[in-house]
Design a protein around this ligand. Sequence first.
Ligand code: PRT
Ligand code: ZN
Length: 299
Amino acid sequence: MKTRDRLRIAVQKSGRLSDASQQLLAQCGLKFRQSRDKLFCFGETHPVDLLLVRDDDIPGLISEGVCDLGFVGRNVLEELRLEQVALTGSSVLQELRALGYGGCRLSIATPQDELFEGAQSLSGRRIATSYPRLLARYLASEGVTAQIVVLSGSVEIAPRLGSADVICDLVSSGATLVANQLKESVKILDSEAVLAASTTEFLDARQPMLDLLLRRLDGVMAVRETRLLLMRAKRSALDSVRSSLPRHSTTTVMAVQGEDDQLALQTVVSGTFGWAELEAIQLAGATQLLVLPVERMLA
Ligand code: PRT
Ligand code: ZN
């Protein structure tokens, strides 16, 4: 393997993952200068450069060693990994981290007016997809034989055009399926953006840079779902407010100068914390509730 002193990361040039990927790198403290052709970004703060490409090219660029890492959908990574295993018996591609954005699922969708009674309903049918290897793996695991029709796009219209009976495609809101008189019948893969890499180790300056990047990514991900919650409560309501807070949260209780019956509370909450959770705390007696994002945390 060639030695290099800069890490090269492939990121989607324009599409669903582009903004979130660039934002994540910025949150890790990496800054880049874009070249005039807008295909290459030189890392100004660290020895890390970006290559802006089509998402489908990312796993291939990593396995060829052109790039060291990539931010790509698990669906794209897994499909190529399975293809390499089928063709050569092995693959160097691996998923280092799940990144928490670009969430979707690869699902089999069938006509709305058709009864779906499990995988056996797919037997002998024509299934259109852009993910033949992932679909074949699912069918094999269910012991079902079907005909896979490979399409590179607009898979959802295949049943209407008559080129397939059923489809296997990415779904997020499900609106596209509904618009095409299809229903999601079985999920075969949960997907999101992931950090992809080769299993080949770096024996040069790229390894310490990768370690640093992983530590920062883990730090950013750890606080992503974390919020600081500030509120007031009457002394008499303290117990009830406390018991309405998410379990495992440590709460700091402070006296409010000049207002003897008032307390100020502060706590860190993580996980899903939306309107319903906030309203429950208000109902328990809290007032002046404030939810603030947490940028960094050092315990
Ligand atoms: O140009 P390039 O090749 O780079 O981009 P692309 O057009 O191939 O990819 P892009 O930007 O559409 O998607 C990049 C990645 O985003 C995918 O590989 C997935 O990992 C992820 N992702 C998340 C999705 C969706 N959500 C999604 N909804 N990719 C595609 N879709 C499609 C879906 O198939 C449906 O046709 O979007 C349509 C709308 O979805 P509904 O269910 O919300 O209606
Ligand atoms: Zn693509």
